[in-house]
Design a protein around this ligand. Structure first.
Ligand code: EPZ
Length: 416
């Protein structure tokens, strides 16, 4: 298995480009299932999760023509509305084919995504919403079987804010008969990006980005050409890496607009941040100040940046408390950070991080995507060598990470 060998202590300096957003691209790839005309996407990140999703919709009958950072999908001949366990177990976002398959094809068999390292992550809200739209759904032998001659618009209020739950129901509602209202909807920028792509395909959606999304169903959707938004979590991750190493970086092909909560915390930690159109720059202070945070749905501080900020707080001046409110087990990076010398106490969904002057390199193990990023950040800041094991987690969500880090002066290489 690949590992990442990091020689810490080098401040990150220079400029890199940010890739397209994984969590926008995944639902947008599923939007192709809704139309019999080609959907051409650009700024698609080259990630394992994207390849998995392309394989998944490809085995359903979608034709796929890749061209650099673009892809053209044609779902004219949908033949196999099945998402098998072998594929779903490697990527939970596979659940996003459920809504579009039922809406366009009238039937879907999707394996229940198992739990994952960060939590049980049930999909009951996805199922509840589709049932409200008239789908006949039963779950047996670990598969969701859903059928509907034609979905009917409904008013749905999800029990909690769910990003892919909102996205799945938006996708399904585009071809339903009548209006669907999704209340308590997720407001994430990736939900807005999906809505923008669906609108380009002829869907009639309003309110995306607010907690109430209205979708007026139409008979069919056309093809479109659409550019995926920049990845705000990749952007935040590199800002944190620069902050933790006392560096100075400029990130291009990205936007500061959807990063307010992250930028606020980096400013509070003592960083100097400049936003410009299409780019964002950060200059780190000699020593970071500890920053406490509480994760919550957008526009509050994103859970996908919690692990990265734990790494920052591990070497900051002061004591920080981190409260994780979204997932029940998203502190697995803490014990690995402690192997590098971090002083962290975990108490349920609260972590107390006392900053230390210096971390020392060690062998550490990645457990999930954002935990891996946290370990890389800590390794870059630590004195000496850090070997991060199981970096297949990283490859799911960070395109060419060692290339981008090396371009910023990091001493890092992939070993197996
Ligand atoms: C999306 O996951 C993201 N993934 C996650 O990013 C992100 O951490 C998460 O949203 C929260 O922002 C993609 O967009 C592909 P949720 P999702 O449904 O949609 C509970 C990454 O690192 N819930 O918003 O699966 C759930 O257990 C990944 O890129 C139910 O109980 O998350 C959780 O506690 C990790 N029933 C909370 O809601 C449901 O039917 C929020 O989950 C749905 C969700």
């Amino acid at each position: 298995m690949d590992k990442l060998l990091i020689e810490g202590g080098a401040p990150l300096r220079g400029e890199i480009a940010i890739s397209g957003a994984k969590n926008a691209a995944l639902p947008i790839l599923c939007a192709a299932l809704l139309s019999s005309e080609p959907l051409s996407l650009s700024n698609l990140p080259q990630l394992n999760d994207i390849s998995t999703m392309l394989r998944l919709i490809g085995q359903m009958g979608v034709s796929i023509a890749r061209d650099g950072d673009g892809v053209t999908l044609d779902a004219a001949q949908l033949s196999n509305p099945l998402a098998p366990y072998e594929m779903v177990k490697t990527m939970r976002a596979s659940i996003l084919v459920l809504g579009p398959l039922v809406a366009r094809h009238g039937e879907a068999r999707v394996s229940l995504p198992g739990g994952c390292a960060i939590g049980a992550r049930p999909v009951d809200q996805h199922i509840k919403g589709l049932a409200a739209m008239g789908a006949e759904i039963h779950v047996e032998h670990g598969y969701i079987h859903a059928k509907a001659k034609r979905l009917k618009g409904a008013r749905i209020c999800t029990d909690m804010v769910t990003v892919t739950g909102t996205e799945n129901l938006m996708l399904a509602a585009c071809l339903a008969e009548g209006e669907t209202i999704i209340e308590n909807a997720a407001r994430e920028p990736e939900v807005v990006d999906l809505a923008n792509c669906l609108s380009a395909m002829g869907a009639r959606i309003s309110g995306a980005g607010s907690d109430t999304v209205r979708i007026e169903g139409v008979e069919s959707l056309s093809g479109a050409a659409y550019r995926i938004m920049p990845d705000r979590i990749e952007t935040g991750t590199y800002l944190c890496a620069a902050a933790a190493t006392g560096g100075e970086v400029r990130l291009t092909r990205t936007q500061a607009g959807s990063l307010d909560a992250i930028i606020d915390k980096l400013l509070e930690a003592g960083c100097d941040i400049q936003g410009e159109s299409g780019a964002i720059s950060l200059k780190a202070p000699p020593r970071l100040k500890s920053v406490s945070l509480r994760t919550a749905p957008y526009p509050a501080f994103p859970t996908d940046m919690q692990a990265q900020f734990m790494a920052i707080n591990a070497i900051a001046d002061g004591v920080a408390t981190i409260r994780e409110t979204i997932f029940e087990n998203r502190f697995m990076h803490a014990v690995e950070l402690m192997r590098l010398g971090a002083d962290i106490q975990i108490d349920g969904s609260n972590a107390t991080v006392r900053g230390v002057a210096q971390l020392e390199g060690a062998h550490v193990m990645a457990t999930d995507l954002r935990a891996s990023a946290s370990l890389v950040i800590a390794g870059l800041a630590a004195q000496g060598e850090t070997l991060v094991h199981r970096i297949y987690h990283l490859d799911r969500g960070y395109e060419r990470i060692e290339e981008k880090l090396s371009a910023l002066g990091a001493r890092v290489r992939r070993v197996n």
